[in-house]
Design a protein around this ligand. Sequence first.
Ligand SMILES: NC(=O)c1ccc[n+]([C@@H]2O[C@H](COP(=O)([O-])OP(=O)(O)OC[C@H]3O[C@@H](n4cnc5c(N)ncnc54)[C@H](OP(=O)(O)O)[C@@H]3O)[C@@H](O)[C@H]2O)c1
Length: 262
Amino acid sequence: MAFEISLRDQVVLITGVSSGIGAGVAAMFAKAGATVSGCARANKESKSIHQFIQCVKDEGANVLYTETDVTNPNDLEHLVERTIAHFGRLDILISNAGVNIFEGVTNCSEERWEYNLDLNLTSHWRLSKLCKPYLEKSENGCIIIMTSNHAFSSIPGCFPYNVTKTALTGLVRAMAIELSPGIRTVGLAPGFIDTAGNNEWFNSFPDPEAERQRTINLHPVKKIGTVEEVGAFCIFLSSKWASFASGTTYLLDGGRSAIMQD
Ligand SMILES: NC(=O)c1ccc[n+]([C@@H]2O[C@H](COP(=O)([O-])OP(=O)(O)OC[C@H]3O[C@@H](n4cnc5c(N)ncnc54)[C@H](OP(=O)(O)O)[C@@H]3O)[C@@H](O)[C@H]2O)c1
């Protein structure tokens, strides 16, 4: 029999499903049979949310969408309550929503610092606490925090984003210690992933294709990652096959950080 991971009967809550990694991860969890509760700020009537809902339904999985600003504690409470009211349980949290605030150490204003810390760090802690009582009831309670390769090394100007992502590795450790044995907590630190946002970044260069190729060449595997690969990694990490994985943030960067810069 082929090795298979099925998440049938599992309910996963994923933040930031309106685009990029969150949308891709949601599609992969639906393929694995999970019931998907997703959120973002996007209006439920928007094209991106229609796509999210359709994509999960196409796999025959149950789906719920809740408009949520993860920096708003009331919205987070509503999100968790609504998920439980609809599906009666919660097994996996993928806390993914985040933004790149690249201001630099000297230029960054107090407002931008606070906004980025609130969204990229505090919201993950708040949401995890709200999910805790339900995840503890699951036999497979698991939290995956989406951090970044910037948690381990960075490039000039990526402050305060890199600070928030580094801090998340500490949050992962603290929750792995204090929420266990009922809940495992792991971090996932993607490197360069092929998303619309990164495509826009390539398009900001005079020769976007040349910049894409230059970026690909920085990676020993000679490619950039896909949202499906991030989703598949999350599926493994949240499955019973990863029951010994907790407290670690896993880097998924195509070997880029393995190259010594000299
Ligand atoms: N793409 C990469 O190469 C890469 C690499 C490393 C790490 N990451 C991390 O992966 C995560 C997703 O990134 P991405 O590239 O997929 O970015 P993206 O395409 O911009 O998606 C971000 C998602 O977060 C949501 N979001 C933003 N602010 C929110 C808020 N206040 N409340 C609720 N939802 C909010 C957005 O939806 P709305 O705008 O509709 O709210 C969107 O669905 C982030 O944590 C990012 O740091 C990405």
